[in-house]
Design a protein around this ligand. Sequence first.
Ligand SMILES: Cc1ncc(C[n+]2csc(CCOP(=O)(O)OP(=O)(O)O)c2C)c(N)n1
Length: 360
Amino acid sequence: MFDQNELQFEMVQLLDENGNGDEQELASFSDEFLVTLYRWMRKARVIDERLLKMQRQGRIGTYAPFSGQEAAQIGSVMALRKDDWIFPSYREIAACLVHGLPLAQIFQYVRGRVIGKRMPDDLNIFPIQIIIGAQTLHATGCAWATKLKGETQVSVCYFGDGATSEGDFHEALNFAAVYRVPVIFFCQNNHYAISVPVHKQTASRTIAQKALAYGMKGVLVDGNDALAVYKTMKQAVEAARNGEGPMLIEALTYRLGPHTTADDPTKYRNAEEVEQWKRKKDPLHRLRVLLEKRGLWTEAQEEAWVAQVNEEVTAAYEEATANETGSLVDIFDYVYGKPSKLLQEQQQEVARRKQRKEVK
Ligand SMILES: Cc1ncc(C[n+]2csc(CCOP(=O)(O)OP(=O)(O)O)c2C)c(N)n1
């Protein structure tokens, strides 16, 4: 009889909470790589904090912050080739930036501009997905197409723990494994689907173990350890490129902020839990300690880098908002190919309000 308690998924970790790890293993990462990785993570944190403030100032719309998840997103994207495909959800802003999406376009997205969802042709990034889990199927489909065409790109699908409760997730994994397509399912288990804790989403001890039932490899990795994420992803991508089929990676992490700017996390999480993750497990702190030990980073460099990123953010915002055109009336054009009667009526109502200068 199968006993799920016998299933032991050890968590891959290279760097502990104090920036220590197996010396030989850590020595395999070059100074240059570590600095680039840290600079991206610090940059992403600054951008996230600025976006949160800008939402409070009314400059952008509802926003889903990713602070706490930088190691999972950046560590994983850095293991990819530029032409590999990524399938982000609304929380994967850092992943998109590292894969090449300009910051000005992120502003267009968070300001609700249609162009914000239209990915540049030279980037292999699918439009940011809001429907939970839907991108798992798109990723499987894309990977299947790649395989049929004899191309070598790998598809990487990002989603949260909540998405694993959706039917799409199970269909996507099943199909991907049966057809051995080159796709990596990368779950950022940040412990909550809005207010619902992960233990109410699944009775499995881990999300990684779900892979076994589909006949693919599953790995549980410390998602706040950027080096462990990078190494795990590198192995998964190489295996997929070599025709070994899909893999499910569960990166255990924590969202430090609210689900979005529209909710209050104090209603469903206790302060002590959040403090623990903030103080002890911050992914930036852990990597920075290692950098400092190697003499690669100082407080002065940190300050200069933060100041530079802040300037970049301001410039990107100004670029994105300089020539904004369009009106609220236009959004109805993009809901269906052929608009329904109800939508047409709503559009006309908004147009009337626009004439009365009640909306833009
Ligand atoms: C199909 C679908 N159902 C419900 C929602 C509403 N919704 C938005 S975010 C969210 C929770 C998602 O949690 P998770 O998958 O863990 O991702 P996270 O937000 O933590 O990154 C839900 C239920 C949605 N967007 N799509």
